[in-house]
Design a protein around this ligand. Structure first.
Ligand SMILES: *Cc1c(COP(=O)(O)O)cnc(C)c1O
Length: 371
């Protein structure tokens, strides 16, 4: 039998598409001893986490909870609960994660209609309106911050259109929540989910989810049971709500970590936090442009949290990422799908969004590329 040494993980600077760096305060919270999932102390913490999540989502939605599982569990909860077999779902497809939505909605029996845009572009309100006028849909799904392309999909105007045509608006906010404005109530988004390991600054493992009044009504009107037991919001909500009925054991320590990460967001203030993400992204963009390296997304739709950087001609993109990791302990991401081999993906999310990280990455790239 092999004997194994103590756990030994070299810390990295995480500047990829996620996970992002976790602040020591959040790591410390994670290390508290677990208590029972119905312990009064934990029940109290559940209330605090829900209140703090409402704060970052900018919502009064009572059903605002951290789903057990990563961001994809949030996506799965959204489609499992709001799609019934035969429902028409309109999905804006302009990147890797909207393709995942198409696959998932189809598995729950949706009749999926794809509205397509090249990777790196976003949808206009007119396009959404035209699509709904041509054929109504129960649900319209869009990715707010597309981590595979670096594009930011404006939602404010689209929500009004979607509602005028009697549909629900579902938004993937995995790479936006905690890093740029996500105004669930002001924009009137019906269903939104995120993940803890991107701009929230906690480890991966929970998926913040918020459900508005129209969506709750749709849930109550379902004629079939939610086909996913674990993510069935009609029963999960009873554990997170007043009844506290056992459903599954909440990941206790992950909730400790999430509480601390959310508390740090509250301390920093949303506006200051968004300004920090924007300022460091702009610093990165300016530094890259100075090196004559291009960016994939038009400035007005560029995400501050994730930048897609065009790989210069003749450069082996994978070798650069390998050198960054081995020599500088810096992780960045490669391109996915349509952008594979063409871009690097640089994330400046949560605790990773720091000036010193931008300086380090730019200096490292300058050395590696000889620019
Ligand atoms: C990361 C990500 C997901 C998936 O989250 P996981 O935590 O990897 O399951 C979904 N959507 C977007 C936009 C993402 O960036």
């Amino acid at each position: 039998m092999t004997t194994y040494g103590d756990l030994s993980i070299v810390p990295r600077t995480l500047l990829g598409p996620g996970p992002s760096d976790v602040h020591p305060r959040v790591l410390q919270a994670l290390a508290y001893p677990p208590v029972g999932h119905l312990d009064p102390q934990f029940l109290n913490l559940m209330n605090e986490v829900q209140e703090l999540l409402r704060f970052v989502f900018q919502t009064e939605n009572s059903l605002t909870i951290p789903v057990s599982g990563t961001g994809t569990a949030g996506m799965e909860a959204a489609f499992a609960n709001f799609v019934e077999p035969g429902d028409s779902v309109l999905i804006g497809v302009n990147g890797y994660f909207s393709e995942r939505m198409v696959d998932m909605a189809g598995r729950y029996g949706a009749v999926v209609r794809r509205l397509e845009r090249p990777w790196g572009e976003v949808f206009t309100p007119e396009e959404i309106e035209d699509a709904l006028r041509a054929q109504p849909a129960k649900l319209v799904a869009l990715v707010h911050a597309e981590t595979s392309t670096g594009a930011l999909q404006p939602l404010a105007e689209i929500a009004g259109i979607v509602h005028r045509y009697g549909s629900l608006l579902l938004a993937d906010c995995v790479t936006s929540l905690g890093g740029l404005p996500v105004q669930i109530d002001a924009w009137d988004v019906d269903i939104a989910y995120s993940g803890t390991q991107k701009c929230i600054g906690a480890p991966p493992g929970l998926a913040p989810l918020t459900i508005g009044p129209r969506a709750r009504e749709a849930l109550e009107k379902r004629t079939t049971k939610v086909p996913n037991w674990y993510l069935d919001l009609t029963t999960v909500a009873q554990y997170w709500g007043a009844a506290r009925t056992y459903h599954h054991t909440a990941p206790i320590n992950m909730n400790y970590a999430l509480r601390e990460a959310l508390r740090m967001i509250q301390e920093e203030g949303l506006e200051a936090r968004f300004a920090r993400h924007q300022a460091h992204a702009e610093l990165l963009w300016a530094g890259l442009e100075e090196m004559d390296i291009g960016l994939h997304v038009e400035p007005q739709y560029r995400l501050p949290t994730l930048t897609t950087v065009r790989v210069p001609a003749g450069v082996d993109e994978m070798a650069v990422r390998k050198t960054l990791l081995e020599r500088y302990n810096v992780e960045i991401g490669g391109g996915l799908g349509a952008l594979k081999g063409q871009v690097w993906r640089v994330g400046l999310m949560g605790y990773s969004s720091q000036q010193k990280n931008v300086t380090l990455l730019l200096a490292a790239l300058r050395e590696i590329l000889g620019r």
